[in-house]
Ligand binder design. Sequence first.
Ligand SMILES: Nc1ncnc2c1ncn2[C@@H]1O[C@H](COP(=O)(O)OP(=O)(O)OP(=O)(O)O)[C@@H](O)[C@H]1O
Ligand SMILES: [Mg+2]
Length: 436
Amino acid sequence: MSIWPRTLLWRTVLLIALLLIVAHLTWLQIFRVSEREPRAQQIAQQIVSVINLTRAALITAQPSKRLELLRDLSQDEGIQVYPAEPNEKVSPLPDLPILKLIDAELRDRLGPDTRLATSRHGIRGAWVSFRIDDDDYWVLIPRTRLERTDPLRWIGWGALVLLMALGGAFLIVARINRPLGELTRAAAQMGQGRRPPPVAEQGPAEIRTLARTFNQMAADLKRLDDERALLLAGVSHDLRTPLSRIRLGLEMLDDKGDATLKTGMVHDIGEIDAAIGQFLNFARLGEAEPVAAEGDLNALVRGVAERYARSGRAVATQLHPLPPLPLRPLMVQHLVTNLIENALRHGGPAVEVTTGRTNGCAFVEVLDRGPGIPSAEAERMLQPFTRLDSARGGSGTGLGLAIVDRIAHMHGGAVQLLPRDGGGLRARVELPIEKR
Ligand SMILES: Nc1ncnc2c1ncn2[C@@H]1O[C@H](COP(=O)(O)OP(=O)(O)OP(=O)(O)O)[C@@H](O)[C@H]1O
Ligand SMILES: [Mg+2]
């Protein structure tokens, strides 16, 4: 799994967060460097005052009172003075820029012999050496006398400001992204063959233009779809009436003519009529049927199978329990009929319909033992007016699977034309169980 987020919102938020953190750290570093010198001077100044006062007190105090004075200094001020041992070695200063600056400053003010150490005989603190006459001394100054504010407090405030900036950035990006989210949802709905209401044309100029163009496109598509459906329905309807008159006329003809010719013509008329029926079905897909919230897919499949059984074409069913799901009953019935019709016509005998449930979806599968559809052709067969055997003539309009695909999409589902184990086609439709 990659940590790079998928959505525009989180990508932008992450980028802004990185930018803010880098900017913050850079500022912190600039602050630390530019503040270092004045801070070193200030600390050195405090040390110099302590040393000068201590030295002056020791020089002016009577020798008999010196011990008492040292005890007072230690008790009241936390300042401890020790005589230096001959040839004393102290550990070298840690390699910190600020300590180097303080060291230089102290030598400058107290003389070149002054030494600074952060640890002596294992005791940590600010150790500074000074001299009275020919005697060397060490002063231990507690850190609390030298350090000003707690640096952790600054980091805490910095983190708080950073957090607030991040929160603000999130709100701003979310606000800019909201109309885009709405557009994405509407586009997804259109992809499923539904007709979403127009999206609000608001927000920054680019997004407003995008929304307006999208609405325009959706309206154009709808108009085109309506016109095509009207045309198809009109033509089909008008053809049906003369066609039924021809069939009637044919059937009333006496049997003087060629009987096989007559049967052939009746058969052809039957096929033309079926094709017109399929055109009408395709054209009417736009007239969305209301959704039954608690649809029963198994009952629909059972009903269709029984109809086939009555007309002498057995279809085996294997139905597994399914929860109620939102569906348009007539359309789904139509979908199942088209798949069974294909299995009977293009597939082989022993047609089987199964239903079941897989993660969040109900599925219906129509299986046959015919030649199947090569997987390279499966996607193309879902387009209107495409047929595998179109070059060889044969019957069918090539609309059946297109109708199945549209109905599946209208339900937020999808169609798969898969090879069946042991030969044949496995036409599988998945429909989501959750209301969308
Ligand atoms: N079960 C199947 N087995 C083998 N080929 C199939 C099967 N179902 C469909 N096909 C192939 O896919 C093509 C497209 O099917 P589709 O249902 O869209 O059209 P049609 O059956 O030819 O016509 P219509 O269903 O509109 O009367 C078919 O012409 C056929 O070549
Ligand atoms: Mg078909």
